[in-house]
Design a protein around this ligand. Sequence first.
Ligand code: TTP
Ligand code: CA
Ligand code: CA
Length: 659
Amino acid sequence: MSSADPPNASPDAVKRSRYTLRQLHLLRQGSTATPLRAIAHIDLDAFYAQCEMVRLGIPRDTPLAVRQWDSLIAVNYAARPFGITRMLNAVDARKACPNIVLQHVATFREGEGGRWAYRDDSFRSIKTDKVSLDPYRAESRKILKTMKEELDRWTTEYTDDEIHSLTQGISAGLEKASIDEVFIDLSPLIYRVLLQRYPEIRPNPHDEDRDAELPQPPTTAVQWDSEDCLIGLDREEREEDDPDWDDIVMQIAADIVRSVRMAVWEKLHYTCSAGIARNKMLSKLGSACNKPDKQTVVRNRAIQIFLGGYKFTQIRMLGGKLGDQITADFGTEKVSDLLKFSLDQLRAKLDDHTATWLYGVIRGEDRSEVSPRTQMKSMLSAKSFRPSINSAGQAEKWLRIFAADIYGRLVEDGVLENRRRPRVITLHHRVVQSRSRQIPIPGSNTIDENLLFELAKTLLRQVIADGQAWPCANLSLSVGSFEDGVGKNRAIEGFLLRGDRAKSVTQSTSVREADSTANDHIPPEKKRKVDIKRFFAHPPPPGDPTSIGHDSAQHTDQEVSNAPSDEPEAPALAPADVLPQYNCDRCSKSIPEYEKEEHDDWHFAKDLETQDRQEARNAQQQNQQQTPPANTSRRSGSRGRGGRSRGKPEKGQMRLAFE
Ligand code: TTP
Ligand code: CA
Ligand code: CA
């Protein structure tokens, strides 16, 4: 029962949810404005180690670590009980666990062309070899593809035709956060499942007050899988008596994530761990809670218990100087202690924006988006020389390797399909000080290894002509200033998608109409009207145990107006001469009247997002002033990240910037 209910409310009174119809329907577009959103963070267990186990067919109970020269960069879960961590070197690891498999990463080798290989003597060949992460990137791609396929299955299966037409174009947003982790915005998929399971909440033009609280869902609705790790499930608390829509959302999210993890295991034999929560920050913290091979659900009702156990310096953006300053100002590192300070007390020591941001973050607020477009801004391939190198011949051998390394990554990034291409190539070179030279990559040429190598040699000649080229202690090649090719142009893609969707909607509509023998005498342009009316009049299934007393109603065409986009789209169907129109004061668009609610929701969500983004930008600016710039040049193959140490967020975390 919600706290708003009078103490002696009749047992027959409909219990109200904490959530509104509008919040529920905002799930469809994965809006950050709804507290019902569900985000998953999936992280592969001991990733490089698993890649080697899969490649070599090594059983899961065999201890294995991946080494780079003498350092360990990944340790599998069978080796961890022996006390083996990334902090040990190869010799100490062997002492602690004599049977451990120590597999060296693949390398490129000076003078052996641009192909990487696994070599038995790599660990003592630091002078001639350069690490290649290509095998791990390739596995990462396969895993991502499998995850996407499984998510696609959720968008096409388990639904009837009506749901299919109501939710066409819906898909989960997937952001690759690092080589072994992704964020998934499950909200749109969950919306689909909710419409399927609870016909009473399907879009209904007669819902007058979209901001009124929903009825509570049926008490039988939430069934947790015994494998799910639920944060803060207090044994005393019989919460299943009082589920709300967010619990149902989380449970559907857990079902989807379990199936994604299962698909990765069954198809590729990798285990991964996941965190499921209402935002990125909480899901990322959650995925690390029960490794390996487990998923952790942080339900809204458990957020405070969950975060209370953390040091706030473990939360992204608070690992650096800002966290240090807050620790000093408030005399604690614990979230639970900081929660006792009011917003005004925080404001007394921090500027307004930081105080507001901090106040929200320690209460589990984070409205950052899952952004499928997060992409590399540049790619770098580098090598340090001990001793330094002294000739153009030596340098060129490495340039060939760098060109091959970068080209492989460009292919992965879609250069062959002309999705993205870099416009600039830069050679960095260090004798005493670092210097760099750059030239444009000619737009007319197809980018391949040879082109990159030739451009790199041109740059090298310029460096040598500048004088002071030798002895060279460090050489690297990078490409940057990416531009989107036609295949990746968002606007165009959006437009095409819309066109496609429009087409399939037209098709599905005409199929429905062709099936509808009762309407055969009606001229085609009138049939639409009739068709929509038929949908609006759709009654709830008789005796449906999940019925919560709403008039059930659906409409057909919203997939077109809901295409994810930054602009409200005019519907491709429903021409003005057929349907009554509504003119939006805010964007001056004319849309069919039956889409008004949804269109208003769109503005509502956008307003909140704009507001959030502004707050987040302010917080980020504040943090940048306090935190040294992130070390973006760290290659993921290099060591030096002492586990989950403070101050140096890992790759995935760096991407979590509030934008
Ligand atoms: P992580 O996800 O941090 O760690 P992990 O997958 O090895 O183990 P866990 O089960 O705890 O998630 O890193 C992913 C891969 O990135 C890791 O397998 C190897 C590489 N890596 C490095 O090369 N150097 C490093 O310092 C770290 C932390 C990771
Ligand atoms: Ca991992
Ligand atoms: Ca990771």
